[in-house]
Ligand binder design. Structure first.
Ligand SMILES: Cc1cc2nc3c(=O)[nH]c(=O)nc-3n(C[C@H](O)[C@H](O)[C@H](O)COP(=O)(O)OP(=O)(O)OC[C@H]3O[C@@H](n4cnc5c(N)ncnc54)[C@H](O)[C@@H]3O)c2cc1C
Length: 382
């Protein structure tokens, strides 16, 4: 593992920093999980695209700049250090896009990726159902072949669809062979949410933002060209998406480095003001800093492996447990530093509420621990 930044990488960092400083919107931005905030965030992400910074590691033909994974990490670090929010396009650019690069046809890549990067189409993830979350293979929503129309008719319900109320498209799993073994009879579809037969209903989150949706399908038509990775191959394709969700792309170390830097600043401020009641918090802040730094180094190790042709596989579950528990620790420590001064509308409390969801979304941490136990440690299932 080579931790030194090359002169090209240094130049890339400075270029990103300068562009972000010159183009950054007014902060803080409205939450991307509200109707109004979503539009503000989308416009900002469009500006990123126009500047060539929306998807730096993608090939130029799809709106990227062909940057290496190392450079992508650098960009993420600069992006979060500038105080910018997580992307409303994230489920498309970080989850679906790597899956399209791996399984999509040339026609799908041409048709979908550039529009996704330019936030012309915004994608949400339609996997969970009222009776199928951890047990994803238990989904009941189905797709029935319509030969005459050259496609499929979708029927069923998806739930907890992040930003589904504001997105234009959904990538979802539907059962296509009810007779097949649970993991084998499903297909991965790319669905236009404006199609007749699709109803999206927003669901408020605990923090009051309308960030979730339920999506209902009543014989909604999807043409054959919107099957990703082959009929009845949905499970394999979905596992590639979860690899991105839990592994490298959704939660880069730059995001946590920015939070921990703010935490250190907060500690200094509270200490100077004589507001630290519990002296053990000093050690806690140092722990947080070390966790974020270790996560950065572990990610660099992963990137070194990936650059050498390795695949992440079940290790992505370790990663997911790490970032989700670390996020809670960082925010919990900040709230302890603030004590009764914590602003109920402030960024730390909002961040804490979101961090609490980390061990649930992207597959619960109990499920990740099962994967780690069985597939990495080789422990028996029972
Ligand atoms: C903020 C947030 C955003 C989300 N966004 C999306 C989205 O965009 N798209 C989408 O499709 N879904 C989304 N989800 C849903 C998420 O994927 C599910 O909540 C998650 O998979 C758990 O499913 P469940 O809620 O049905 O809980 P359940 O599966 O019913 O689990 C309940 C509890 O039982 C435990 N459990 C279940 N099975 C086992 C087992 N075998 N071993 C040990 N423990 C077990 C779980 O860990 C959990 O603690 C989101 C969730 C949250 C909180």
């Amino acid at each position: 593992m080579d931790l030194t930044e090359t002169s090209d990488e240094r130049a890339f960092r400075l270029e990103a920093r300068q562009w972000l400083a010159a183009n950054r919107p007014d902060l803080p931005m409205l939450s991307g999980d509200t109707a109004q905030g979503f539009v503000v965030n989308r416009d900002w992400e469009r500006r990123l695209f126009d500047g060539g910074w929306a998807v730096v590691s993608w090939p130029e033909e799809y709106g990227g700049r062909g940057a290496s994974l190392w450079e992508w990490l650098i960009f993420e670090e600069e992006y979060y250090a500038a105080g910018l929010p997580q992307r409303v396009a994230q489920n498309g650019i970080f989850l679906l896009a790597p899956t399209i690069f791996e399984f999509g046809t040339a026609e799908q890549r041409e048709r979908i990726l550039r529009r996704m990067a330019a936030v012309e189409d915004l994608w949400c993830q339609g996997w969970s159902e009222p009776d199928a979350g951890s047990d994803l293979a238990g989904i009941k929503s189905r797709a029935v072949r319509d030969d005459a129309a050259g496609g499929w008719r979708l029927t069923g319900q998806k739930t907890w669809t992040t930003r589904g109320a504001f997105c234009t498209h959904l990538f979802g799993l539907f059962r296509t062979d009810p007779a097949a073994e649970r993991h084998r009879g499903m297909t991965y579809f790319l669905v236009d949410l404006a199609a007749p037969g699709v109803t999206v209903r927003s669901v408020d989150k605990l923090d009051g933002d309308a960030g979730f949706a339920e999506v209902f399908f009543e014989e909604a038509f999807v043409p054959d060209r919107d099957v990703l990775g082959g009929v009845n191959q949905g499970w394999n394709v979905a596992m590639a998406t979860t690899g991105s969700e839990r592994g490298l792309s959704l939660r880069s170390p730059g995001r946590f480095k920015a939070v921990v830097d703010r935490l250190v600043e907060l500690y200094r401020h509270q200490e100077a003001a004589g507001l630290i009641v519990d002296p053990s918090l000093r050690g806690e802040v140092a722990e947080c800093w070390m966790e974020a730094e270790a996560y950065r180094l572990a990610t660099e190790m992963t990137v070194t492996g990936l650059a050498g042709g390795a695949r992440m596989g079940a290790e992505s579950s370790l990663n997911k447990v790490w970032w989700s528990e670390m996020d809670i620790h960082l925010h919990d420590t900040a709230l302890a530093l603030l004590g009764p001064d914590a602003d109920l509308e402030g960024a730390w409390l909002k961040g804490y509420q979101f961090a609490l969801a980390g061990p649930i979304y992207a597959g619960t941490n109990e499920i990740q621990r099962n994967v780690i136990a069985e597939r990495l440690l080789g422990l028996p299932r029972r």
